[in-house]
Design a protein around this ligand. Structure first.
Ligand code: AMP
Length: 164
């Protein structure tokens, strides 16, 4: 028979284990968040460069990608670091000053509509029309890390609100 003091000891050990696991998870999440901010800060420093972006290189097929949808104006490919079972990026093939949504001008109305419609086509192709999210991170405050406008299409799991 297990004595009361042994049971109490096991219970305390379990609680201590849980506390240290929670602490480790907190430290890991803080580190990931800090790293994300550092990457975003570095990217923001070159936000208005005319040099080809990472996504220009994907469009030019200099960098491989897993393409989900493509037409003459838009390319959609899987995110390399997916945050959901479906995570696809939709980008304009011609950046034309659209490093971020905040740079949009009246002349961009057509491509902005095309990007949004392509997001819907991607959701349909991926079988997530019943529930999906479209995200645009704009600028340092939203941890944008690539300065070539892109829509994130996310789905395939229950998404929570508010996002982080
Ligand atoms: P954002 O942080 O909103 O600027 O999003 C940039 C996204 O690009 C991130 O989700 C990255 O995971 C993604 N990404 C970076 N490099 C690649 C790549 N080579 N192929 C696909 N996605 C990428």
């Amino acid at each position: 028979m297990i004595s009361t003091s042994v049971r109490a000891g096991v219970c305390i050990r379990n609680m201590a284990g849980l506390a240290s696991f929670s602490l480790l998870r907190f430290l890991f999440q803080t580190r990931v968040a800090n790293n994300e901010e550092a990457v975003a800060k570095a990217a923001a420093a070159n936000a208005d460069s005319e040099a080809p972006t990472l996504f220009d290189k994907i469009i030019a097929k200099e960098i491989p990608s897993s393409i989900v949808y493509e037409d003459e104006s838009v390319l959609a490919f899987r995110d390399i670091n997916p945050q959901a079972p479906v995570h696809v990026l939709v980008i304009p093939k011609f950046r034309d000053g659209l490093s971020q949504l905040g740079k949009a001008e009246e002349r961009h109305e057509k491509i902005l509509g095309q990007l949004l419609y392509a997001a819907k086509i991607v959701a349909e192709k991926e079988g997530i029309l019943e529930g999906f999210r479209v995200v645009i991170n704009n600028g340092l405050g939203a941890c944008q890390s690539v300065y070539h406008l892109h829509l994130h299409v996310l789905g395939g799991r229950q998404l929570k609100w508010p996002p982080g």
